[in-house]
Design a protein around this ligand. Structure first.
Ligand code: PMT
Length: 224
């Protein structure tokens, strides 16, 4: 049966990876399959929320049942525009997307031809979408992820603080059974009061349900 943990709440979930074009046929991307974010969107919809799913590079994944709207995006700037346009009015953002931090500074209009032995691309820094949301935070609850391969808790804590988050889901993407692509993940939740909750390896669908439960509790506390 459906829960009502997020009934009447407007929730933005980002999923998948962003892609930065190099030329009309090539891009810079990452390994995100979208599984984690789609599972969160599904769990939030199941909990009664009005869910906006902003999805990068996940054309193959079906929109989960109950998700109110899905916006497919390509680049980080596209994702930022979509998220920003729903932000002011929303109650909760869960940002599980793997976002490209850099883009080609000058994407070529036509396919780049093979010529020299090396090819140098100049990269420009992308905006940090979540950091921007943290700066403009009013009533919203903000949950971010941290994908790390070393110093999980230290780097995760720094992101929690810098981005002004209410909770951070840290995952060591180099650990067996965690991170990109697979059906499972291993997460540690970090909170602004310094507390943390270490979870066992679990199915991404089950982890999504726990994230939604914690998000609902933070929202309820904030609205007391
Ligand atoms: O999609 P799957 O294959 O299921 O894999 C799941 C996952 C590994 C992608 C997911 O569990 C995960 O870790 N997502 C976060 C990936 C990431 O970009 O982490 P980060 O540590 O680089 O970024 C920190 C946070 O800031 C993230 O919430 C990210 O969405 C956000 N960010 C980062 C950079 C940027 N320019 N803008 C952002 O908003």
């Amino acid at each position: 049966c459906r829960t009502s943990l997020l009934k009447g709440k407007k929730v933005i979930v980002t999923a998948g990876g962003t892609r930065e074009p190099i030329d009309p046929v090539r891009f810079i991307g990452n390994h995100s399959s979208g599984r984690m974010g789609f599972a969160i969107a599904k769990a939030a919809a199941f909990a009664g929320a009005d869910v906006t799913l902003v999805a990068g590079s996940n054309d193959h994944l079906k929109t989960p049942a109950g998700v109110a709207r899905r916006i497919d995006v390509g680049s980080t700037n596209d994702m930022k525009a979509a998220v920003d346009s729903y932000y002011d009015d929303c109650d909760l953002v869960i940002k599980s997307a793997a976002v490209a931090d850099y883009r080609s500074a000058h994407p070529a209009a036509n396919k780049i031809k093979k010529s020299d032995e090396t090819l140098t691309l100049t990269m420009a820094k992308n905006p940090d979408i979540l950091y921007g949301l943290g700066q403009r935070k009013a009533h919203q609850v903000l949950i971010g992820f941290a994908a790390e391969t070393t110093n999980l808790i230290e780097y995760g804590t720094a992101k929690l603080k810098k981005k002004n988050l209410d909770m951070l889901v840290a995952n060591d993407v180099s650990a067996e059974g965690a991170g990109f692509q697979g059906t499972t993940n291993i997460a540690t939740f970090l909170f602004p009061d310094g507390s943390m909750e270490k979870l066992e390896k679990m199915d991404k669908e089950d982890l999504a349900a726990v994230i939604v439960e914690r998000a609902a509790a933070i929202l309820a506390k904030k609205n007391q």
